[in-house]
Design a binder for this molecule. Sequence first.
Ligand SMILES: Nc1ncnc2c1ncn2[C@@H]1O[C@H](COP(=O)(O)OP(=O)(O)O)[C@@H](O)[C@H]1O
Ligand SMILES: [Mg+2]
Length: 227
Amino acid sequence: VARGLFVTGTDTGVGKTVVSAALMCLYRERAPVRYWKPIQTGIEQDDDTGNVMRLAGCVPGEVWNEGVRLPRPVSPHLAAHSAGQPISLEALADLWASADVGAVADVGAAFRRPEAFWIVEGAGGVLVPLNDEHAVIDLIVRLALPALVVARTTLGTINQTLLTLDALKSRQVPVAGVVMVGAPDLGAREAIERRGRTIVAEMPALNPLTPAAVASWAAEASGSWRI
Ligand SMILES: Nc1ncnc2c1ncn2[C@@H]1O[C@H](COP(=O)(O)OP(=O)(O)O)[C@@H](O)[C@H]1O
Ligand SMILES: [Mg+2]
């Protein structure tokens, strides 16, 4: 069984990719790390894999750029429908299993490390549809990874974060914690920790957002962040 975290969030644009980059820096100290974005839509403009590579200063073997890649910056089920390429959960799970155990010859030796720690980034939030039947949460369950929830610190985040935690609990997905991105909000943080029975880490707005800033947040967080 592979180890790692599934990075999900309360919404799109909340900071999942930046947090994923920081987690690559954080866990790299302890194990070989791998980043995987199983479903990327809007490929004309969005490249989370490239952004993580840059922000986390990855070597090529640390990112696995495979999976569903679709044009149009819309929900995966709509992008897949437009492209006439339905998304299959089983195909994604098989793909990942092949990377994990190294059954696919051309994946490369770097991926045949069973001890690797995987940072898998979802698309949008947990109930984002992938096809007529499945949503991102089904992929999380299928990959059997604990979830890390990325949330904003702005007004409304308590509700969105608690709803997301509820959805994960209803499917028995272990929750590793929440990362709140933005200007710290102690009241919101405490409400989420208490009502969501979870731990919260805070990532401030990094200005400028550079690999050095991401690495330095990761170094600070590694002292207190125990997953
Ligand atoms: N901690 C941060 N400091 C500064 N900018 C951030 C931070 N987190 C995210 N951003 C910016 O916010 C936008 C959305 O972040 P991103 O990580 O791509 O979100 P998601 O992966 O959830 O869609 C991006 O432009 C990103 O650079
Ligand atoms: Mg992203």
